[in-house]
Ligand binder design. Structure first.
Ligand SMILES: Nc1nc2c(ncn2[C@@H]2O[C@H](COP(=O)(O)OP(=O)(O)O)[C@@H](O)[C@H]2O)c(=O)[nH]1
Ligand SMILES: [Mg+2]
Length: 252
């Protein structure tokens, strides 16, 4: 079970509580306690992994800055909401994202920017394109949706955020099969190398070369006098010690 902690952020009345209730119950409920801070706990399967989710929905009123910061520190991912009918809520997105990045010390803390209340087209104050551009600038994913109209879009937004969180956490864990294969290959290579080193003195014939040509091979036995050496083993081709021919240069 992978634990994932999400924090819902954004101005008041953007639909944060409605989104949490929609995600957890599947329903749009208009009547709930808006002053209460809530942590919703539930399970989902994401990328074939079972995820234990905690979603924190803070009340925006009278919340001390220290508490905001500790909530950001606690969370792995962020749902950042604005309402397309409230331009002021859109303008508050950037400072909130900057605060998240600052506290998380990362320009890309997993975040999905949600433009809510897409059903209220007549009251629209923020275009879809503005939302998309802001998301791009702030390095977030972007979804425009209506919590009141569809549960599917809400589910997709949260699942996308869970995937972002899991993708960020994954590099920390070794990918088991490929990690084991890498270790096995490294050990095999080491074993072969050590066996080769053990075999070399017996398997290798003396290597000879002319004085002054020692740099052409390693290791070498430099001949004391030209053509006086008895060559044996590989490279000698049965020449006699008196042969005036140049010995061959061997290499490992
Ligand atoms: N028309 C419409 N109203 C919504 C939508 N989402 C939330 N609301 C309403 O907006 C108001 C504020 O929602 P709430 O979840 O309390 O906002 P919060 O302060 O961000 O938690 C409530 O009256 C909700 O019923 C939506 O998608 N469309
Ligand atoms: Mg609320």
């Amino acid at each position: 079970m992978v634990p994932v902690k999400l924090l819902v952020m954004g101005s008041q009345d953007t639909g944060k509580t409605a989104l949490c209730v929609r995600f957890v119950t599947g329903r749009f409920i208009g009547d709930y306690d808006r002053k209460k801070e809530m942590t919703y706990k539930c399970h989902r399967v994401c990328n074939q992994e079972s995820v234990h989710l905690e979603i924190l929905d803070r009340t925006s009123k009278e919340c001390p800055q220290a508490s905001v910061e500790s909530c950001i520190r606690w969370a792995d991912g962020f749902l950042l909401l604005y309402s397309i009918t409230q331009r002021v809520s859109f303008l508050e997105v950037e400072p909130i994202k900057k605060l998240i990045d600052h506290i998380k010390q990362s320009p890309a803390a997993p975040t999905v920017l949600i433009a809510n209340k897409a059903d209220l087209e007549t009251g629209r104050e923020v275009t879809t394109e503005e939302g998309q551009n802001l998301a791009k600038d702030l390095r977030c994913s972007f979804k425009e949706l209506s919590v009141s109209e569809t549960a599917v879009a809400v589910e997709a937004a949260v699942v996308q955020l869970i995937s972002l969180v899991m993708a960020q956490q994954r590099p920390l864990l070794p990918d088991r099969p490929s990690y084991m294969v890498t270790v096995r290959h490294a050990l095999t290579r080491k074993l072969i190398r050590s066996k080769t080193m053990q075999c070399l003195p017996q398997a290798q014939s003396p290597i000879v070369c002319w004085p002054g040509e020692a740099h052409k091979t390693v290791p070498v036995h430099v001949l004391p006098t030209p053509a006086q050496t008895c060559l044996t083993g590989k490279g000698s081709h049965g020449r006699t010690p008196s042969s005036p021919m140049r010995p061959e240069i061997g290499s490992m």
